[in-house]
Ligand binder design. Sequence first.
Ligand code: MRU
Length: 361
Amino acid sequence: MCLPGNGNWWCRSLESNALNIANALWWEEDTLCLLDQTRLPAEEVTLHITEVSELIEAIRKLSVRGAPAIGIAGAYGVVLAARPWKESSHPPDWEQLTSEISALREARPTAVNLSWAIDRMIRTVSSAHPPSRGAAYDAFLAEAKNIHEEDEERCRRIGEHGAALLSETSQVITHCNTGALATGGIGTALGVIYAAVMQGRQVQVYADETRPLLQGARLTAWELQRANIPVTVMTDGMAASLMDQQPIDAVIVGADRIAVNGDTANKIGTYQLALTAHSHNVPFYVAAPTSTIDPDLETGREIPIEIRGKSEVVRWGNLQTAPEGVDVYAPAFDVTPNRYISAIITDRGVVRPPYNLRSIL
Ligand code: MRU
């Protein structure tokens, strides 16, 4: 049976466990276990994934989501694809494996972490020239666990670097969900908040609900309540009013892909929040691991933006929220131009403009 944080091969630090931080995914008995995020906050249901096709569906449905978590899931997806190789003494067939995981690589196009993790899995294991399929399978599992553990460590470092930007008492706005549910550790933007709280600071969080799938209201509020961190949910259009009414110390968001010049793709609504912060002189920080930086893209214009189905905008469950047949604009992400980003908090430190992110890779 899969129990989050119980009997797994890895374990969070005692400090972060004190905040009751959840696990989004874990590997147990040849199975990838996912906490099904489509069912939160009402129910905590574990999905037991044994096939690549099931994982593709879970990623597309957002049962597992958030750029780093999708990357880790993709790495375990390669292990699932190689499962028939377990204990086989035949030589590995890299072409067959690569074609089997091509649809996984494309399951969601914006977060670079998915293709980054899958490419790293294939590159690392094939270049070690394992003598048999069985040896390749073992190497895949070891590499997926490395990627998972590294992400936990990257989150810890982002938290440490980012917490230093907050004062003893802070009011912070965040967008979407960037916490433990979105990563292999304490999170990126939420990781900064967790780290600040672990250091004894007081943080009041305002969470944008994050239309259309409500990752802020459903997931960020759920995580922060579990951790006893004060959180107030507001709809995506309320940030300007809040900044007008009371002092806000910072906006901190995550990222799905960052171009070399600092332009950042993140959940739809982030750009609007950055403009609002700019008009109110509120620092706007992006927190992300270096695995989210795409060294092949010079600017954000080149970032592929996922378009979601219109039903996510015109329906909520069985409820129709817009007239049948109406046209819908449904990008899942937008790109915030680098000029609105005060700093990018990474696992390798805080980077300030002018950005040339290749220099930190
Ligand atoms: O569509 P989602 O829920 O996968 O979008 C997630 C985000 O936009 C996050 O802000 C981003 O992936 C960073 S998660 C640490």
